[in-house]
Design a protein around this ligand. Structure first.
Ligand code: PEP
Ligand code: MG
Length: 876
């Protein structure tokens, strides 16, 4: 294989596997050269040469030495300069070029080719002895460090001694002083290394190449490769190019340019430039402030750009067109001549990525689909929530699970009542609980954010917080909450109600005090990108929403209906709780019916509002699901209070509550089991839905077709029972109101048995919605409320790659979903299939749902934009 590949503007000896053979820097220079962009001429010794050398006893085999000699001869012609020349000496910059950055490899050596003669020639050529000797000094130091392993500090000591003797200030002033310093350096090297600094440029170059090759085996590089799984025998390339005197004077300098304005996404040269001479004196930054390229372009800058800035703009534009993405180039100007040294696809923040992607489409660089693929959907989350502006100097007092994204600050409150009282006074509060329960929801609604000591990413707090778009951190187990004392302890710090904290639901951090927050602006570009996504995707995107606020937020984010309305959440608004409790605690059916009758108008008006907000889009309403005891008071004080409201003995109330207690409520009396034991609940919910659908339909002048969903079905007979009840109520309402209504009945599929019996269950289901929260819980046999106790350890130890409650377990739970889909379609080819668990908003899971052929995903309102992009990516 070819050992050395030359490059110069307009011509590069490239190979098919350029990155592999020439490394990142070498292949990049070859690319720039081949695009006729100005690069300093040079050559790259390929990694094949490294491997060849590694296989022989010679550090540098003779054939390679000969090739390097020939490459230098070529470079002398290309530059019109000569190694060791008595005028215009050729000087080289030599760097290692690995495929990926690896620490521990040789540092760049500049000015290879300087010796006691050429330093004088250079001084004459440039008329600047100081510059020439400064360069020589730097070369000697880096050569000695790389090749002889002499520490740079040793040279400093020599310089200090020489300075004391000669009396110059920061560096030698006269050539004679410089020469004396260089002589001292030579003596020291000979004494220390037992050999002199080579005075022949080719020998210098071979020495640098040999040591660069050897640096592949340095202990730091080895251990880095071991950790990152980079094979030992990959080896590295070495690139040498003609020196650019970018640090010389006001006609020189160094800069970084980008092809786009990241603030707008538009095509425009942006970046910075620093005039030369900045590092004229080693270690002392001097003069040359860094300037905006924009200032040169629009004439605001007091100084002139030392070369043609329009040309630079054309170069980066050409590179962008070739790469098809916003690029960033490192460039140098030496004596008014411009050179590009390195380029890369420009790094960007999520908001910038959106602007750039749409900008590239606008300029015809990429098409809409490519723009969608350029966006990391998960990163959009960040754009839709407040974030901490400045992370320096934050005091992190605890860490938990990042349960609902965004940051929030406020005063600590320990009860939902306190949250309401404080919020009513206009104060921002963070609700801190060991864990939350349905009766905390009103407190969560008014709080800025929620922090729980226990729980994982699908705990009650997490699910509710995501639904209402509030930041939430769960499972901050190192914090100690003492409800009775009203304290929150973090290590030896004790916080009280009213103390300010900040939670970051994107990182899981709990921070002392109120951090500065910023609300990222959603410019038109995100909307445009989402429009591209809507054109590209096949699956629908619905939302999980119960309140009007959530439904409206979801519509604004582009939700195409409600995929899950958890009706239980509706019973936890202030005045509804007592009726709900009376219903649960009633000793007979009549008592229950009486209490339910009180709840009916609330439910009906809730549903009317949801139907109106969704304006004809599907609304899937789930019948009551959670274990009933979740609605009941806990603890003596609360029980006493409720007992007095009901006018009964606290002891009696406690007894009734005790009867409802379950060992394993998640696998207990919940879901459709409630409907079967208390069908009157179904009656009231179905009545509310039908009456609301008729009312909303009449107001809108278009029929509303509600979708009624039965939770936790495992047996077809369960569905049959509930469905019959719903149908009977539909007939009754139609008869009473003299109107006909159309409706659909479907099931949640969230138990393994429901999957296995999906073909039978589909006979009676207009739709299925896979409840992947419960399905994950029941397939794994992992309690979703206790998972946080050990799943983080599983992740840390690599037992699971990701929390299966966040990102679908494709090979287990996913396989079952695929089976359920196949069985369902066998019975009922036109069945509507969706998913409404948390994974419905997770990009990786969405990709699986697309492959499985689901019709839609349903997710929290704030995940809707993420899901739109992810669904499009999955379909492209
Ligand atoms: C589910 O189980 O996936 C689901 C959406 O229902 P919930 O989270 O209310 O149990
Ligand atoms: Mg469920």
């Amino acid at each position: 294989a070819k050992r050395i590949h030359t490059f110069r503007r307009g011509a590069a000896e490239r190979t098919a596997d350029a990155l592999e053979a020439l490394g990142a820097k070498g292949s990049n220079l070859a690319l720039l050269a081949s695009l006729d962009l100005p690069v300093p001429p040079g050559f790259t010794i390929a990694s094949t040469a490294w491997r060849e050398a590694a296989a022989t006893p010679d550090a540098l085999p003779p054939a390679l030495r000969a090739d390097i000699g020939n490459a230098v001869a070529w470079l002398e012609k290309a530059t019109g300069r000569v190694f060791d020349g008595s005028e215009r000496p050729l000087l080289l910059a030599v760097r290692t070029s690995a495929r990926t950055p690896i620490p521990g490899l040789a540092e760049t050596v500049l000015d290879v080719g300087l010796n006691d003669r050429t330093v004088e020639t250079l001084a004459r050529e440039l008329g600047d002895a100081g510059f020439a000797f400064r360069s020589y000094r730097r070369f000697i130091e880096s050569f000695a460090s790389l090749v002889f392993g002499i520490d740079a500090g040793e040279f400093e000591d020599i310089a200090d001694a020489e300075q004391a003797a000669a009396g110059w200030a920061r560096e030698p002033q006269m050539p004679a002083e410089w020469r004396r310093l260089v002589a001292r350096y030579h003596e020291f090297i000979e004494a220390t290394a037992g050999t002199a600094l080579p005075q022949t440029p080719l020998e210098q170059l071979l020495g640098v190449v040999e040591s660069s090759f050897a640096s592949w085996r340095s202990p730091v590089a080895r251990s880095f490769r071991a950790v990152h799984g980079i094979p030992e025998n990959t080896g590295l390339a070495v690139t040498a190019h003609a020196m650019i005197f970018n640090e010389r004077d006001q006609n020189s300098g160094t800069g970084r340019a980008r092809s786009r304005d990241f603030a707008t996404g538009g095509a425009r040269l942006t970046g910075e430039f620093g005039f030369g001479g900045r590092n004229a004196v080693p270690g002392v930054a001097e003069g040359g402030a860094v300037r905006d390229l924009a200032g040169f372009l629009d004439g605001r800058s007091a100084d002139a750009f030392p070369t043609d800035i329009e040309a630079l703009g054309r170069y980066v534009a050409r590179l962008e067109a070739h790469v098809g993405d916003a690029v960033e180039v490192d460039f140098m100007v030496g004596d008014s001549e411009l050179f590009l040294l390195q380029s890369r696809v420009a790094k960007r923040e999520p908001a910038e990525a959106v602007r750039i992607a749409t900008g590239l489409v606008g300029d015809g660089v990429i098409d809409e689909e490519e723009a969608i693929l350029r966006i990391d959907p998960a990163s959009l989350d960040q754009l839709l929530h407040p974030a901490i502006r400045n992370r320096d100097a934050l005091t992190v007092i605890g860490r938990g699970r990042p349960a609902s994204p965004g940051a929030a600050s406020g005063a600590i409150v320990f009860t939902p009542e306190a949250a309401q009282a404080e919020a009513a006074e206009g104060r921002a509060v963070i609700l801190v609980r060991n864990e939350t329960h349905p009766e905390d929801i009103h407190g969560m609604h008014v709080a800025e954010g929620v922090l729980t000591i226990r729980g994982g990413t699908t705990s009650h707090a997490a699910v509710v917080a995501r639904g209402i778009g509030k930041p939430c951190v769960t499972g901050a187990g190192a914090l100690r909450l003492d409800q009775a004392a009203g304290t929150l302890r973090a290590g030896d710090m004790t916080l009280h109600a009213g103390d300010l904290i900040t939670i970051d639901g994107s990182s899981g951090e709990v921070i002392l005090g109120a951090a500065e927050l910023e609300l990222p602006s959603l410019a038109g570009e995100l909307a445009q990108l989402l429009l591209f996504a809507d054109r590209a995707r096949r699956m629908g995107v619905r939302t999980n929403a119960e309140t009007p606020a959530e439904a409206r937020a979801a519509r604004a984010f582009g939700a195409e209906g409600i995929g899950l309305c958890r009706t239980e959440h509706m019973f936890f608004q202030g005045d509804r709780v007592p009726a709900m409790r009376r219903m649960i605690l009633a000793s007979d059916e009549d008592g229950r019916r009486e209490a339910l009758a009180e709840l009916l108008p609330f439910q009906r008006s809730d549903f009317v509002e949801l139907f109106e907000i969704m304006a004809g889009l599907p609304v899937t309403i789930r019948l009551l699901d959670p274990p009933l005891h979740e609605f009941l008071p806990k603890g003596e004080a609360e029980i006493a209070e409720v007992a007095s409201q009901f006018g009964i003995e606290p002891r009696l109330l406690a007894e009734r509550i005790g009867k409802l207690e379950e060992f394993n409520p998640m696998l207990g009396h919940r879901g459709c089991r409630l409907a079967i034991s208390h069908p009157e609940i179904v009656d009231v919910q179905a009545r509310a839905i039908f009456e609301a659908a008729i009312e909303a339909g009449e107001r809108a002048g278009a029929a509303v077709v509600p979708e009624i969903m039965v939770p936790l079905v495992g047996l077809k007979a369960e569905l049959d029972f509930v469905k019959a009840r719903v149908a009977a109520m539909a007939d009754r309402v139609m008869a009473e109101l003299g109107r006909s209504i159309d409706y659909r009945v479907g099931t949640m599929i969230e138990l393994p048995r429901a999957i296995v019996r999906a073909d039978a269950i589909a006979e009676e289901s207009d739709f299925f919605s896979f409840g992947t929260n419960d399905l994950t819980q029941t397939v794994f046999g992992i309690s979703r409320d206790d998972a946080a106790n050990f799943l983080p350890t599983y992740e840390k130890k690599g037992i699971v790659a990701r929390d299966p409650f966040q990102s679908l377990d494709v090979e287990g739970v996913g396989e079952l979903i695929a089976l359920g889909v196949e069985k369902a379609r066998r019975t009922r080819p036109d069945i509507t299939l969706g998913v409404c668990g948390e994974q419905g908003g997770d990009p990786a899971s969405i990709s699986f749902f697309e492959q499985t052929g689901l019709d839609y995903v349903s997710c929290s309102p704030f995940r809707v934009p993420v899901a739109r992009i992810a669904a499009a990516q999955a379909a492209i």
